[in-house]
Design a protein around this ligand. Sequence first.
Ligand code: AMP
Length: 451
Amino acid sequence: MQVGRWIHQATGGNDYRPATDGTETFSYRTPRGGSFGGNRRRRSGPGGFDRRSPSRPGFSGGPVRRGHRKSGIGSFGETEAEIAKFINKAVVTTEEEPTFVPEHKFADFPIDPRLKKNIEAKGYAFPSPIQDKAISHVLVGRDVVGLAETGTGKTAAFLIPLIDKVVKHLALGKRERVLVMAPTRELAVQIEQELAGFAKGLGFRGMVAVGGANINPQIAALRHDPEFVIGTPGRLKDLMERKVLVLSSFYSVVLDEADRMLDMGFIDDMRFILSKMPKERHTLFFSATMSREIEQLIGDFLVDPVIISVKTRDTSRNIDQDVLRIPPDADKFEILVDLLQDRDFSKVLVFGRTKYGVEKLAKALSRKHIYAESIHGDKTYRARLKALDAFKRGQVTVLVATDVAARGLDIPAVSHVINYDLPSTYEDYVHRIGRTGRAALKGKALTFVQG
Ligand code: AMP
């Protein structure tokens, strides 16, 4: 294949051969006894959700310096030692993947039979490891720390027992309200979608309260006192300051992707929100990583938590990783176009560093008849959902994204992740490539290194 000429042996014998190988919010309300339904509203106001993207335009295509870092905004992958971390052939082994044998069946959990039916209707036959380990603790009211990332089934691990709690309170004529904090609008909507499936016919309400959207429909939805409020910290705080969201009646809280919320600078908002909740409450905390800051939060806000760590996919085993070395004078866009014409590149997530660059790249690809969509924080929420949906359904084969916009997204069967621009940190790299190689599928990750 033509592009092969750009590909150098990355490490001894590690041969990459591409040829072969008004919203932004939407709230729903559940009429008692009725069914869940979406009610998307138009967005108003600017996006502004991609807080971490550097503001400089274009891609970071400059020559790569070896052995030392550039000053200022750095990229991970500017030294040979760092580049080596982008290379890892998925090891071929005859060893069988150990199959997880759950201790519980959904039928065993002492939860409402209607909820069990909804779980079954969603096609969940067995609990995932995090569900198997967490649900019974949550059901008896323990605080739980789940060290697990998207793709492990962590959402259902907290939703199932909390829905059961809400339903049991309703049966006794009481109310239980649940607050879920998530870092991004997309994740909040994903959680809501999962909730909608589980909550069919159970007669309670939920809503999504996220930023970058018209706040008025959210205020209106809050007047109905929904049992579940799922939101991003900034908007939740805003609603609290307007006195339309009063947390004194919320006795359960979930912090989802807490590490990501910290990364995005939400720490003060998170602390503010938690400080306004009842002291005696049920707190669930999910994070993909553990750091000193995370430990501090856990110590401050949880009481005697059960800590459950779920080993997710082993990156080095599931994902073929390699670099594509590009000479300084070569046009990396043309190389990308060449690659994407290969039929193996059937569902490709391309990462760029800036919102502007991502938008520009998606448009340039489309002009080359490679139909691409983009997601980044300058796009309206509605437009982002539409783009994501088109990619999930296979209507476009390429989705160009910024790190923040793509974080936490659960997109099935991504064939390749291409790091068109270097990630800022190794952690970002791991998150990027984690969008491929999900479940039992093998994924491929390719990092462009120019210089
Ligand atoms: P999450 O980690 O919560 O984002 O979930 C990842 C994906 O796994 C979602 O598409 C869920 O619908 C799906 N999922 C979660 N739990 C189960 C289960 N027990 N069985 C089958 N699929 C599941």
